[in-house]
Ligand binder design. Structure first.
Ligand SMILES: Cc1cc2nc3c(=O)[nH]c(=O)nc-3n(C[C@H](O)[C@H](O)[C@H](O)COP(=O)(O)OP(=O)(O)OC[C@H]3O[C@@H](n4cnc5c(N)ncnc54)[C@H](O)[C@@H]3O)c2cc1C
Length: 441
């Protein structure tokens, strides 16, 4: 009898635990399902670029991918296993891919619905144009580690292909100084090439523009002339410091603020033309320009100034300023809202209303306008920018309106790398769901 009571108690406890477990799984599944619905409403469910695809037959619902992802609500666990939620916020760093204990995750670029333009690249990293090579995310391969490794391998392949002695000009021009371009630069130096690295912005590439300082590197990577970078959970600053140190200690100067505008075949090599009007002849070109393109400029007087920017870094550090945000897309309204918290922000947009933004942003910007955090100026254009003012023209303005101004943020779209590549003769194919698994070690 006593034994029966003990068995019943044990059984009861076990049943309660199982029931509790089932209930909590159901509860969290319901939460994830609600988040998916919201993501669909807000247009965030469809991935835009590199993203994980989960094989539900292999997934064991360990939740390791969810824990490993440093972004918020990209992945969740739904009844059947792992699932994507706000997939269009995925930045493709692949922490989930590495964390999965059963290899149920594949990294894929593009989806069945939304294709991604990728250039043709051979196994030697050469494009269809002989002498023009491609490394890093431009070729479809995200992640800092992969970009570094590709930058190294591309230059090694260029050397293997043979560099004629005694040519005037450069052996190699590297375009872009993100992780791929920096690694290529160090490899070129290590091998004694005559090279030049041109960067349209500042050293660091996409890493420099990260809206967060946390960076995930899942395994060590060898940086030429520096050694092994053993970083796992690291910061943007630590990475930039390493790159700056590796370049400086080898006497390498990257030419920043130099956008390459055209690459023209010339005399057995290429003329590389920059926005500053320079022309350099080189035998080979390595394109390490990533996939984020070049921000479009307004072309107004005073635009080339330190107070004018095309991306928003660390908004929390900007306080008590008169700020003009230009544009009417998601980036512009998100920046205006972030800056509006502790600054006097005017939003100038050339159209009469904000029609191409996510529903969530529309609600939030309307609230920010109503409570006076953002002052909209629809149907206006920037005429010129001076050190203390910015001048607008357009609806409701007689002549020009002068606003006190400390900072201008311009979000006027950008030129995609696709256009730049096509001008250089590089073939592009739209890929729908192209698998990156075999590369993303
Ligand atoms: C928000 C965010 C978070 C991320 N987090 C991580 C992470 O934690 N871990 C990780 O491994 N990866 C992460 N990634 C991905 C990683 O940043 C990229 O895969 C990597 O930076 C790609 O390197 P890249 O050198 O190929 O290109 P990029 O870093 O994009 O660099 C390309 C460079 O080329 C320059 N350029 C472009 N066009 C021209 C031109 N015409 N002339 C001259 N220069 C030009 C650009 O200005 C840029 O500096 C993240 C990405 C984002 C957006």
């Amino acid at each position: 009898m006593e034994e029966l009571i003990i068995y019943s108690i044990v059984l009861g406890v076990c049943a309660t635990i199982v029931l509790y477990y089932i209930k909590s799984v159901q509860k969290s599944s319901r939460k994830v399902a609600a988040k998916i619905e919201k993501a669909k409403e807000e247009g965030l469910f469809e991935p835009v670029s590199l993203h994980p695809v989960i094989d539900l037959n292999t997934c064991i619902k360990s939740g390791a991918c969810v824990k490993a992802c440093p972004e918020k609500d990209i992945l969740g666990i739904l009844k059947g296993g792992g699932t994507l939620i706000n997939a269009s916020n995925c930045v493709g760093h692949g922490a989930c891919f590495h964390a999965c204990p059963v290899e149920a995750i594949t990294l894929v670029i593009g989806t069945e619905k939304r294709g991604v333009d990728l250039p043709h690249v051979s196994e030697h990293y050469e494009s269809n144009v002989e002498g023009i090579y491609i490394a890093g995310e431009l070729g479809g391969m995200g992640l800092i580690k992969n970009s570094i490794e590709q930058g190294v391998m591309a230059v090694e392949n260029i050397i293997k292909a043979g560099i004629p002695k005694g040519d005037n000009g450069y052996d190699l021009i590297i375009v872009g100084a993100g992780p791929a371009g920096i690694a290529a630069t160090l490899t070129a130096k290590k091998n004694g090439l005559k090279f030049l690295t041109l960067e349209q912005d500042t050293l660091g590439g996409t890493v420099f523009t990260f809206p967060r300082s946390k960076i995930v590197m899942t395994s060590p990577v060898e940086l030429p002339l520096y050694g092994k970078m053993r970083l796992y959970d690291t910061s943007k600053q630590e990475l930039l410091d390493i790159w700056n140190q590796a370049l400086a200690s080898n006497g390498i100067q990257i030419q920043e603020q130099t956008k390459v505008e055209a690459i023209l075949p010339h005399d057995g090599g290429f003329n590389v033309l920059t926005i500053n009007g320079e022309a350099f002849w080189t035998k080979n070109v390595l394109l390490a320009i990533g996939r984020r393109g070049t921000p479009r400029k307004l072309g107004v007087p005073g635009e080339i100034s330190e107070k004018v920017a095309y991306r928003l870094l660390e908004p929390e550090q900007i306080e008590g300023k008169n700020v003009l945000v230009v544009g009417g897309g998601d980036s512009a309204v998100e920046a205006a809202m972030l800056l509006g918290v502790q600054n006097n922000v005017t939003l100038s947009y050339r159209n009469e209303k904000l029609s191409r933004i996510k529903p969530k942003n529309r609600d939030n910007i309307m609230a920010a306008i109503e409570n006076g955090q953002v002052h909209p100026r629809f149907n206006t254009n920037v005429v010129r920018i001076t050190s203390e003012k910015v001048f607008l023209s357009g609806e409701g303005i007689d002549g020009e309106l002068a606003l006190d101004n400390d900072l201008v943020y311009i979000f006027a779209g950008g030129e995609l790398p696709t256009e730049f590549l096509q001008k250089a003769g590089i073939e592009i194919t739209k890929r729908f769901g192209y698998t990156m698994k075999k590369h993303a070690k």
